[in-house]
Design a protein around this ligand. Structure first.
Ligand code: ZN
Length: 495
């Protein structure tokens, strides 16, 4: 990275300092499973192992090997969804192949859907041209070692954010920072996430760079997100290291810039006082950047500040849906409503055959009961039309049979005969036995009627039976059809 001067950042810084200083209440008791699980020893051994790999100049075979090492470590630490992302990018020596290591840790089940994203990054390449042996203990092994431990901890205790981990290649400039020199990895990832429409889901980008200096300090650049900077200061207070965190009066060009340019809130957790005395940065990009300058405690403080920022962002997400309404009440409500609806539908079907029970209105009531479910399964139009049909069929049933019977000289005997015949036919000779049963029943009913009737005017039993049959179909048939239709509509709701 490099620093960038400017009056505006300085003014912003002064404003921030005024706001940030009193807004960092101590809450020392605050801790979490992740903070407890974080192991400074692991972070340190990760750093040492990565440092031991030797120099990793950007876009080099050594960098490729380092990328594979990170990938292997991620998988060992339970981050199974990890891969290498090789890409070509123009550099001062022409088109070169760089390689990011990317990983995803799925969000906890209680996360909103779709889960927001949180990007945690560190570059792994080392500066070229310092010495043949330059392996960058602080710049870059510390960031890699800390991020690997952070990854292990989050994989163990997922956040309510989906976490993306990025180990960037090509952060260091081969010659000097220019559009084709430096930040290759972060620029490539930002462009990829933009293309994949993931940028709007990104809550924040947290960058770890040079964070292992045994003489711990964090120098937050002026060009990091104001809100994230406040969270970092609050986190430092909670980690009891607030006095070691300061705000730089200038900005830094680093891997967070590519995301900042896409309006993603980004913060660069960096210790730019890596030197032989407080305030000095004379170890940076020199052969003095060796493992003996790194301490587990500094890795812990930086990492826990990053974790606390992540947890603070998590805490801002909408509260998870309470378990009782999603897990118990809703299914119970559905079962309860359905039980009432089934009872009403059965009574409705029975009511089509028994004059005492109003069939279609009871079946229609079943639909209204189901409509009480929070999902409101039926449209208003459907309910109005169904209601009108219920009224029409009920009225038709009251008028049609008696009108037809009168017209054709049929009797009550015929009507009852058709009902009984219908039932016998339906039960003993399915599926169409009810038609013949109904007709036969009506005929037998009319025969009985003609024998018992004392009326002088006797009509032909066949004609009366046909009238009773037609009346039955018009009345009971229509009612049955409508009730069966309502039954089908209720089934739809259950599925
Ligand atoms: Zn560097």
């Amino acid at each position: 990275m490099r620093f960038t001067h400017g009056l505006l950042p300085l003014l912003l810084l002064m404003a921030t300092s005024l706001v940030a200083a009193p807004s960092a209440p101590a809450s020392a008791a605050q801790t979490s499973l992740r903070l407890t699980a974080f192991s400074p020893a692991n972070a340190y051994s990760n750093t040492a192992a990565f440092y031991a790999l030797g120099p990793k100049p950007a876009a080099s075979p050594a960098a490729q090997a380092a990328a594979r090492h990170i990938l292997d470590q991620l998988r060992i630490f339970g981050v199974t969804n990890a891969s290498l992302d090789s890409f070509e990018s123009p550099s001062p020596s022409g088109l070169q192949t760089f390689c990011n290591v990317l990983a995803t840790i799925p969000a906890a089940p209680s996360a909103p859907s779709p889960a927001p994203l949180l990007l945690l990054g560190a570059h792994y390449d080392t500066k070229i041209g310092i010495s043949d042996q330059f392996a960058g203990a602080n710049d870059s092994a510390s960031g890699v070692g800390a991020l690997l431990e952070i990854a292990r901890v989050i994989a163990l205790h997922p956040l309510r954010h989906e976490v993306r981990l990025a180990f960037f290649d090509g952060e260091e400039a081969a010659i000097a920072y220019a559009p084709n020199d430096g930040f290759h990895g972060s620029q490539h990832l930002a462009a990829t996430m933009l293309k994949n429409e993931e940028i709007p889901r990104l809550s924040a980008m947290i960058l770890l760079d040079m964070i292992g200096d045994a003489s711990f300090s964090l120098t937050l650049p002026a060009n990091t997100d104001h809100d994230l900077r406040k969270l970092a200061l609050a986190a430092a207070t909670d980690e009891d290291c607030r006095s070691a965190v300061s705000l730089l009066p200038y900005g830094m060009s680093d891997d967070h810039i590519a995301f900042q340019q896409l309006k993603v809130p980004a913060i660069d957790l960096i210790d730019f006082e890596f030197g032989s005395a407080p305030g000095k940065n004379d170890y940076w990009h020199t052969p003095a950047d060796t493992l003996d300058k790194i301490s587990p405690d500094s890795l812990k403080k930086s990492s826990k500040i990053a974790l606390r920022i992540a947890e603070a962002l998590d805490a801002r997400l909408p509260a998870p849906v309470p378990a009782e309404s999603s897990g118990f009440v809703r299914p119970f409500l559905k079962t309860g409503l359905y039980a009432i609806a089934i009872l009403l539908l059965l009574l409705g079907l029975l009511g089509c055959l028994i004059p005492a029970l109003p069939g279609p209105p009871l079946a229609y009531a079943a639909l209204l009961v189901l409509q009480c479910h929070p999902s409101h399964p039926y449209s208003l139009t459907f309910l109005i039309i169904s209601g009108l049909l219920t009224v029409i069929v009920t009225i038709a049933d009251m008028i049609a049979p008696s009108w037809l019977t009168k017209k054709a000289g049929g009797s009550r005997w015929g009507t009852w005969g058709s009902v009984l015949g219908f039932l016998v036919g339906l039960i003993f000779f399915p599926p169409f036995g009810f038609l013949i049963g109904c007709l036969l029943g009506a005929f037998l009913g009319e025969i009985l009627a003609s024998h018992s009737s004392k009326s002088a005017k006797k009509s032909a039993p066949v004609l009366s039976a046909l009238a009773a049959f037609a009346g039955f179909l018009l009345g009971t048939g229509l009612k049955l059809l409508l009730c069966l239709y309502f039954c089908l509509q209720s089934l739809h709701f259950w599925h």
